[in-house]
Design a protein around this ligand. Structure first.
Ligand SMILES: [Zn+2]
Ligand SMILES: [Zn+2]
Length: 214
């Protein structure tokens, strides 16, 4: 389905409000463009949404379309912020533009390259696609936080998910860098891991920011 960027934005906002915010509808006043924008007509004419008493509601197909838009957006965030290291506001803006290129199977290629990430850099869930379900069925769970490892398990560090420079430097000083091997020695009461020949202990807050590929 080919939708305009504004139409996709509406679907994404609606999906976030309904699926993550527990609301029944979205107030169009919350969007950054006027309520008479043609994007609304575009969505109602394709029966993706309906507008009742001035509020936006999903039609079943629209919900699915919204989910896929959110998926593309969060995959784009992963690429821009983790791989290309474009963060902050600039990363946000570019992710919004990039997501629209992820159609016709490009999302599957990107998702596979990123090893089917479960969350975006903000910690929000990425709705799984066919590729993720297949990978999971084959026992390949992709990239998981270190806190999901069992003691004795070994993997490769995929990326660190933190906006806190001090934490980042602390982890880097321990050798927690993408590409390095990591072994979880103990998961309780604190996380003890080995990188190279050194062992370190960290708390779960820090451990869940280290993403590891099995
Ligand atoms: Zn995000
Ligand atoms: Zn996937």
């Amino acid at each position: 389905m080919k939708l305009s960027e504004k139409a996709e934005e509406i679907l994404e906002s609606l999906w976030t409000a309904v699926e993550e915010g527990g609301a029944a509808f979205l107030d169009p006043e919350k969007m950054s463009f006027p309520t008479d924008d043609p994007a609304y007509l575009e969505l109602t004419s394709q029966t993706l949404i309906e507008i009742r008493q001035g509020m936006i509601y999903f039609r079943p197909e629209g919900r699915e379309e919204g989910k896929m838009s959110i998926r593309r957006h969060r995959l784009a965030e992963r690429l821009l912020m983790d791989v290309l290291n474009i963060r902050g506001n600039d990363g946000e803006i570019k992710a919004c533009q990039f997501e629209h290129l992820l159609n016709d199977g490009a999302d599957i290629k990107l998702c596979t390259m990123l090893n089917h990430p479960a969350t975006c850099p903000h910690g929000k869930p990425i709705p799984p696609g066919e590729c993720c379900l297949q990978a999971r069925a084959q026992g390949d769970l992709g990239v998981v936080p270190l806190t999901e490892f069992k003691s004795g398990q070994e993997g490769e560090i995929a990326y660190i998910q933190t906006d806190d420079n001090k934490k980042m430097q602390k982890l880097m000083a321990m050798g927690v860098l993408p590409g390095n091997r990591i072994v979880l020695m103990q998961a309780y009461p604190s996380y003890i891991f080995r990188v190279g020949y050194s062992e370190f202990a960290i708390d779960s807050n820090l451990a869940k920011e280290i993403f590891v590929r099995k």
